[in-house]
Write a protein that binds this ligand. Structure first.
Ligand SMILES: *Cc1c(COP(=O)(O)O)cnc(C)c1O
Length: 453
């Protein structure tokens, strides 16, 4: 058993000690804590180090350089918390060290992924048989889905891109929202779509596509919608736009990194109404589901199109008896991301996922109410699990944000919205309690009273 016994015991000891203190840790490390990271700065040593000493160094130098992501008062970006069972299942999966590329490399990974494929389609209300790939995150999921869209739209015009390439191909139109996430633009660029050829649709005051401004769609069009705006949490009018696209024969992709999970909740499902009419979707299990990094999900109605795009396989796709996970991703060797995903879903059940989504949203609502009561401007009504607040001027907002970020009490990120500075608050962890929000809201009040009475 040695050296596993002592090393895993040591790692478990450190992990539990971290978990015990994480709720009281500053959500973002202080300058002084960050100094500890400098001990990691060295040239590659010629001789090795005892593994237990390596773990000890990692703990001593590294722990203080972590953001307290699992602590309950981290509201930055859209960084999800971590369900205990997802973490524990991940440990087990790490111990197994499975390669998820092919079923023959890991029968258990293949089985679990095929179960998750069905569960996720059911949870989101998509057709059974929808193809799923597990990738690092939504950025990669978007690339996979858009590659399928590009190739299939060209295919329908008699152009096989894996044989003839993209140069000289018939034109594909790309229609996106002015509020599209940066990862959508990056994905389009990687796939050969320049910013000048993209048609950008203006958005309303909440950041939703204005239906009246959508250009005429046709069967050469790729329309990209958003379920969950990264700043204010708003959703495009998905149902109406999917109907327009369906009539026109356009391909619709829905970027639902955190917002697609609304489909799992009766209370919030109206936000994603009509998603089942789209062609492809992307979501993150490491955001709303709290399944831990990295767990991006690509979904596609057209299995062949997804696989053909990612494997350059044209119409020669050979499916095995079991699921080969690599077919649905840009990767070959791949960790068994399905295992923590499966563990999270199995532990929660559909009801538990619904409750998780509802709790995050109720907490966001509660947080926003507290901030409004203490004089903050609520930039938009709370729609899902994230919202924006501001002070009376940009300077005020920026001063408050800096003070919050260095407070050691809670942490939020800033952004720009409609030309103004805002503070974004993302409630994305199951670990966040009402007390966490009370404490954070009190801090906001105190900072405002002190800095800008
Ligand atoms: C987070 C996010 C992404 C990017 O996802 P990653 O998992 O970080 O790659 C894309 N779109 C939206 C709306 C997001 O919130």
């Amino acid at each position: 058993m040695e050296p596993y016994q002592s090393l895993l015991d040591q790692a478990k000891r450190y992990a539990l000690a971290y978990m015990h203190q994480v709720r009281d840790m500053p959500p973002y490390p202080s300058e002084k804590s960050l100094d500890g990271l400098e001990t990691l700065e060295e040239d590659l040593p010629r001789s090795g180090t005892e593994p237990s000493a390596v773990l000890e160094l990692l703990r001593a130098a590294g722990e203080n350089g972590t953001t307290a992501q699992t602590g309950g008062r981290y509201f930055g970006f859209v960084n999800g918390g971590l369900l205990p069972v997802a973490q524990a299942a991940e440990w087990l999966a790490d111990t197994w060290n499975q390669n998820g590329a092919l079923a023959v490399m890991s029968p258990v990974t293949a089985k679990i992924e095929s179960v998750c494929e069905r569960w996720i389609a059911d949870l989101f209300g998509l057709e059974r048989g929808t193809a799923m790939g597990l990738v690092t995150g939504s950025s990669n999921a978007i690339i996979c889905a858009l590659a399928a869209a590009r190739n299939e739209l060209l295919n329908r015009q008699g152009w096989n891109i894996s044989e003839r390439g993209f140069r000289g191909a018939p034109r594909i139109r790309v229609v996106i929202s002015a509020e599209a996430h940066s990862s959508v633009k990056a994905g389009l660029s990687i796939l050969g779509f320049g910013t000048e050829e993209i048609e950008t649709v203006p958005t309303d005051e909440l950041g939703r596509i204005e239906i009246g401004s959508v250009p005429k769609l046709d069967r050469r069009t790729l329309l990209i919608l958003q379920a969950g705006n990264v700043n204010g949490g708003s959703f495009d009018p998905i149902c109406a736009l999917c109907e327009l696209a369906e009539t026109a024969g356009a391909w619709v992709h829905i970027d639902g990194a955190f917002g697609l999970w609304a489909a799992a909740s009766k209370k919030h499902r109206m936000l994603t109404k009509g998603i089942e009419k789209a062609d492809s979707w992307s979501a993150d299990a490491h955001k709303t589901l709290n399944a831990g990094y990295d767990c991006g999900i690509v979904l596609c109605r057209h299995r062949e199109a997804l696989v053909a795009a990612l494997q350059a396989a044209g119409s020669y796709i050979q499916y095995g008896e079991q699921r080969d996970g690599m077919l649905y991703t840009t990767e070959m060797s791949r960790r068994a991301r399905g295992i923590p995903l499966w563990a999270a879903l199995k532990t929660l059940g559909a009801d538990g996922v619904e409750k998780l989504v509802d709790t995050l949203c109720e907490n966001a609502e509660y947080f926003a109410k507290k901030l409004r009561e203490s004089g903050y401007i609520l930039v938009n009504p709370v729609i899902f699990n994230q919202f924006m607040v501001a002070g009376r001027t940009d300077t005020e907002t920026e001063n408050i944000l800096r003070a919050v970020q260095s407070s050691g009490v809670c942490w939020c990120s800033g952004s720009r919205w409609k030309g103004k500075s805002v503070i974004r608050i993302s409630v994305c962890s199951h670990a966040t309690t009402r007390e966490d929000i009370d404490r954070s809201a009190e801090l906001f009040k105190k900072i405002r009273d002190e800095l800008h009475p």
